[in-house]
Design a protein around this ligand. Structure first.
Ligand SMILES: NC(=O)c1ccc[n+]([C@@H]2O[C@H](COP(=O)([O-])OP(=O)(O)OC[C@H]3O[C@@H](n4cnc5c(N)ncnc54)[C@H](O)[C@@H]3O)[C@@H](O)[C@H]2O)c1
Length: 371
């Protein structure tokens, strides 16, 4: 019989209800859900009605439910403290992205992880996307011919894409005191990351467009660049736009000839999802087109263009219908139980955080040259 890991969840809002809790329950031969901690009585009541054990705080869950693994699915600014508490309590940890906003918090987490000897996996499910893995296998180990990486994400958020999971319950009853604590905590962390107190639009651009959305694409591109031994050199330019609904950045790569441009924009009233990552080489173009992550078992399309003289060939690839959100937690089980090498590590997240912080600081400093 397989070892079942006792798992607890901190924060049971959108992503926990849409993905992690249903997936953990489906993988009942690998995981036993022993507790859900949420600050909202409404959310706790919803799970209690489904006969799942609930706790008012993550500390209560840690001390009473005897978990072996914790899923941190709370808002971003709680990640660092909750991850550290879980590691200190002797648990392996899966945490949603972004792991945190600052490199100082990455360092604090590293100390706790190393002292605990436990695994820490970050919720970058796209690295488990079969089409990402296919592209990763196809790319050369030398990126000398790479000319440009282009990332474009335009999306309305989750509302058009979550019908299949039925009604979700949101935390509409958080006390004023807790909401104030959340705001103060988030704004302190963002100010530390940016080394300045940002205006409202820049704050939204950094926490939303950059740290919530583009963090995924940054992680994907970092994974692909690593395969090709290409690294980032510096920020060419960065800005927030559309009242903070948009964020853009251009990054110089170390091949001398190549550039990485990225942008995210929320398009709130259009029920369409666009997330595209394109790699342009001088002799090939690779293009990933992601569906909304909430549409499960919807394959990402990988298209490759190559030419023989004037004869251009376009090839569409579909690896399989596996779901990245399921694959990442199956892999976590393999890491914990069978000692498979950790994936989506703190060190991966550190690289992403370093770039996000540099982009954010550059965006704040952005000066427009007049024409
Ligand atoms: N991997 C992905 O594609 C993906 C998608 C969406 C969200 N996320 C990430 O997941 C995390 C959660 O996002 P969400 O959209 O589910 O947020 P949400 O606001 O819908 O849910 C957060 C939940 O945490 C609870 N909570 C808040 N403070 C708490 C505390 N101190 N103790 C216990 N519970 C607390 C809230 O009551 C709420 O139910 C974020 O870090 C986000 O970036 C990842």
């Amino acid at each position: 019989m397989k070892k079942k890991l006792r798992v607890g969840v901190f924060g049971a809002g959108l992503i926990a209800q849409l993905e992690h809790i249903p997936n953990l329950l489906k993988l009942s031969d690998l995981y036993e859900l022993v507790g859900i901690a949420d600050a909202s009585a409404t959310v706790r009541g919803f799970f209690q009605n489904k006969n799942l054990p609930v706790y008012e705080s993550h500390q209560q869950l840690l001390s009473k439910a005897e978990p072996e693994v914790i899923f941190v699915c709370s808002p971003d600014c709680y990640h660092a403290d909750m991850v550290i508490d879980a590691l200190n309590a002797g648990c392996h940890v899966f945490t949603e992205k972004p792991i945190c906003y600052t490199l100082e918090d990455v360092a604090r987490i590293k100390v706790a992880r190393d002292a605990s000897g436990k695994h820490l996996q970050v919720g970058y499910m796209k690295r488990f996307d079969p089409s990402y893995q296919l592209l990763h296998d196809m790319l050369p180990t030398d990126g000398a011919k790479l000319r440009m990486v282009s990332v474009e994400v335009c999306d309305p958020d989750s509302w058009p894409f979550r019908e299949h999971q039925g009604d979700l319950v949101f935390a509409n009853d958080i006390s004023q005191e807790m909401r104030s604590e959340f705001k103060a905590r988030q704004s302190e962390q963002v100010a530390k990351a940016l080394n300045a107190q940002p205006d409202e639009n820049s704050f939204r651009g950094f926490t939303g467009a950059y740290c919530s959305s583009l963090v995924h694409d940054i992680n994907v591109v970092h994974g692909l660049l690593q395969k090709m031994n290409v690294s980032t050199v510096g920020i060419e330019g960065a800005t927030f736009f559309a009242n903070g609904d948009g964020g853009q950045a251009t990054v110089r790569l170390n091949t001398q000839t190549s550039l990485w441009q990225m942008m995210h924009l929320t398009v709130p009233k259009v029920a369409e999802y666009h997330e595209r990552i394109t790699l342009y080489f001088d002799d090939a173009v690779y293009h990933l087109e992601f569906p909304s992550p909430y549409l499960n078992h919807f394959p990402t399309r990988l298209t490759v263009w190559k030419s023989d003289g004037e004869h251009s060939q376009k090839t569409e690839h579909r690896a399989n219908y596996k779901e990245a959100f399921v694959e990442e937690i199956k892999y976590l089980w393999e890491t914990v139980v069978n000692n498979r090498p950790a994936r989506n590590t703190l060190e991966d997240a550190e690289q992403d955080t370093r770039l996000l912080v540099a982009m954010g600081r550059s965006a704040l400093a952005n000066k427009i040259s007049t024409i």
